[in-house]
Design a protein around this ligand. Structure first.
Ligand code: NAP
Length: 255
């Protein structure tokens, strides 16, 4: 068995996409406490919701405005990162949404709307594919690195027993397919990069807030607990985990 990823981390440079709030901001805060992490690059799309991130002003933190749904902005932000470092040890994409404004998850086919479905794919699925395209040169190196997006167990087709939430489910299933396909291509082009989808568990953020009523207290994680658990999963990754889908406790999930 080779060394788990976390043990070979040294002076690591990590990119967190969607770091304005919630799990993304939690990752940034956690990573900045780790002696093995030299620099954290954190992206946000709008300053209004990124006040917590922008207030951190840590010497090892580089904040970058970037809307992950816009490939031009991804390319621009990565060029800025490329001017600072030749390599990234890891990428964590935390961009995603379940509800926003008048847009609510659909309970029935009667509620389906083409524009709303497109919006789910635009935000939850496509940014990961565009990121994988743009970030490859910074991940391609002799040391190990990782590329992950925060998915959701609800995107598992095999685990779908309740139905509902059509757009969110389907966009996370599409995200999973993107990650699996990226893992296969990266295994040829960047063989030391491990690509995985991660399920965080229900976490107390803006995204889950309206739906927390039915969640037992011990099943609703704080952001701090979620990022600590997911970081442990990332640090335990083996090259053979490439193309996998893992829950917050490291258990493999069905596609
Ligand atoms: N919380 C949970 O229980 C839970 C469970 C399973 C999976 N997840 C997944 O975990 C990830 C992080 O979610 P979270 O719970 O931390 O939610 P959150 O607090 O709402 O954060 C979501 C992040 O996505 C960004 N985002 C949202 N809509 C966007 C858009 N239209 N364009 C660009 N960026 C957008 C947000 O940026 P702004 O601040 O600019 O809006 C923010 O950085 C998501 O992929 C979510 O699906 C969460």
């Amino acid at each position: 068995m080779s060394i788990p990823f976390g043990e070979q981390l040294h002076e690591a440079h990590i990119l967190v996409v969607g770091a304005s709030q919630g799990i993304g901001l939690g990752f940034v805060t956690h990573l900045l406490t780790l002696p093995r992490v030299a620099r954290v690059y954190a992206t946000y799309r709008q300053p209004e919701t990124a006040t917590g991130l922008l207030a951190l002003a840590h010497p090892h933190l580089v904040t970058l405005p970037m809307d992950a749904t816009d490939e031009g902005q991804i390319a621009f932000a990565l060029a800025e990162i490329g001017a600072i470092t030749q390599r990234l040890d890891g990428v964590i994409n935390c961009v995603g949404f379940l509800h926003s404004g008048g847009l609510q998850p659909e309970k029935s086919v009667r509620q389906l709307d083409g524009e709303q479905l497109l919006e789910y794919f635009r935000v939850n699925s496509i940014p990961t594919a565009l990121l994988a395209k743009q970030v490859l040169p910074l991940l391609k190196r002799s040391d190990r690195s990782f590329f992950t997006s925060i998915s959701a167990k609800i995107g598992s087709i095999g685990d779908n027993r309740l139905g509902g939430w059509y757009g969110y489910r389907a966009s996370k299933a599409a995200l999973n397919m993107f990650l699996k396909t990226i893992a296969i291509e990266y295994s040829r082009k960047s063989p030391n990069t491990t690509v995985v989808a991660l399920h965080p568990g229900t976490t107390d953020t803006r995204l889950s807030q309206p739906f927390q009523g039915n969640v037992p207290a011990d099943k609703l994680f704080t952001v701090e607990r979620t990022v600590t658990q997911l970081w442990e999963v990332i640090c335990g990754l083996q090259p053979s985990d490439n193309g996998g889908f893992f829950s917050w406790d490291g258990t493999p999930l069905p596609w």
